[in-house]
Design a protein around this ligand. Structure first.
Ligand SMILES: Nc1ncnc2c1ncn2[C@@H]1O[C@H](COP(=O)(O)OP(=O)(O)OP(=O)(O)O)[C@@H](O)[C@H]1O
Ligand SMILES: [Mg+2]
Length: 262
C-alpha cells in the first residue's frame, strides 16, 4: 500500500476536493483498493464521500486511529475513515504525540495488504495530525492557489519548523517524496498566468512536469458540484464536467505513474 497525504497549511486550496476525486479515480478507473483517512475535523472529505454512497463509511473514526490500538477496518475495496470532533483535541495532548504517530504507522502497516493506496486528507493547521501524516506517508501532494499569499507560503510548506516537508524529509521520514505543488483553481487571467510563470521560474522542481508545462487543475464548477453530490467529476453527466475531467484525468495519471500504485 502506498500512502499519500494532501497537505498545505493554506485553507481552501483544494486538498479535500483533490483528495476525494483522486480516491474515485483510483477506486473506479484503476480498480485499486482505496482507503481514505479524513484527519480534518471539518469533515469535508467524509461528507462528500458519505453523500455519494460509493465508498463504505467505516465505523472507525480517525481520532481512534491515533488513540486506540489497531482498530479493525471493514472488509471493502473503497473505505473512508471519517473525521470526528475529537480530532481538534489532539494537539493539546502533547505527551501523546509520539504515540499518535506510532499508532498511525502501526495502523497503516496493519492494513497494508487490505488496500493498494491510502489517501490522507489533512486539516490546514500545522499540528500533530499533519505532522503524524507526513511522518508516516510515502508521498505528499500540495494543492496551491496561484495568489501571491499562497506562493509566499511555499517557504513555510517546505521549511516550517514542525511540519516543513524538507525538515521532515531530512529527519524523521527520509522516504517521503514530494509529488509536487499542484496549482488548483487556476483561472485564465493575466494575474494568475504571471503568478504561474513566476512560480515555475522560482520553483521548477516543485511543480509536476507534464507536457506541455506543468500539472495544474483549472477552476471549474464541476468540482464543487461533484463534491456536493458526492460523485466523481466524470459522473456528473454534463459537458462542463466532461471537459473538466479531460484535463484532470491526465494529472491523476501522472501522479499514479509517479506513485507506481500496484
Ligand atoms: N478546481 C476547482 N475549481 C473550482 N472549485 C474548486 C476547485 N478545487 C476545489 N474547489 C472548491 O473550493 C472549495 C475549497 O476546496 P477544498 O475544501 O477542497 O479545500 P481544502 O484545501 O480542503 O480546504 P481546508 O483547508 O478548509 O480543508 C470547495 O468548495 C471545493 O469544492
Ligand atoms: Mg479540506
Amino acid at each position: 500500500m502506498k500512502t499519500v497525504v494532501l497537505a498545505n497549511q493554506k485553507g481552501g486550496v483544494g486538498k479535500s476536493a483533490v483528495g476525494c476525486q483522486m480516491a474515485y479515480y483510483f477506486a473506479l478507473t484503476r480498480e485499486k483498493r482505496v482507503l481514505v483517512l479524513d484527519f480534518d475535523h471539518q469533515r469535508n472529505t467524509s461528507k462528500a464521500l458519505r453523500t455519494g454512497g460509493i465508498a463504505t463509511v467505516s465505523a472507525v473514526t480517525s481520532s481512534q486511529i491515533l488513540l486506540s490500538k489497531l482498530p479493525t477496518v471493514e472488509a471493502a475495496d473503497f473505505v473512508v475513515i471519517p473525521g470526528d470532533g475529537e480530532l481538534i483535541k489532539m494537539e493539546k495532548k502533547a505527551a501523546e504525540h509520539n504515540a499518535f504517530a506510532s499508532r498511525l504507522l502501526a495502523f497503516l502497516q496493519s492494513v497494508d495488504d487490505q488496500f493498494d493506496i491510502c489517501i490522507i486528507d489533512t486539516n490546514p493547521n500545522p499540528d500533530i495530525r499533519q505532522l503524524a501524516s507526513l511522518v508516516v506517508a510515502d508521498f505528499v501532494l500540495s494543492p496551491l492557489q496561484l495568489n501571491q499569499e499562497a506562493i509566499d507560503g511555499i517557504g513555510d510548506l517546505l521549511n516550517h519548523e514542525n511540519i516543513g516537508i524538507r525538515k521532515i524529509q531530512a529527519t524523521i521520514n527520509k522516504k517521503l517524496v514530494l509529488l509536487g505543488i499542484l496549482p488548483n483553481l487556476v483561472e485564465p487571467t493575466p494575474f494568475q498566468r504571471d503568478n504561474f510563470r513566476d512560480l515555475s521560474k522560482a520553483f521548477p522542481k516543485l511543480l509536476i512536469p507534464m507536457s506541455p508545462g506543468f500539472a495544474a487543475i483549472k477552476k471549474t464548477t464541476a468540482i464543487p458540484e461533484a463534491q456536493a453530490a458526492g460523485l466523481p467529476v466524470w459522473k456528473l453527466g454534463k459537458t462542463s464536467a466532461r471537459d473538466a475531467w479531460a484535463h484532470i484525468k491526465p494529472v491523476f495519471d501522472k501522479i499514479a505513474d509517479t506513485m507506481e500504485v500496484k
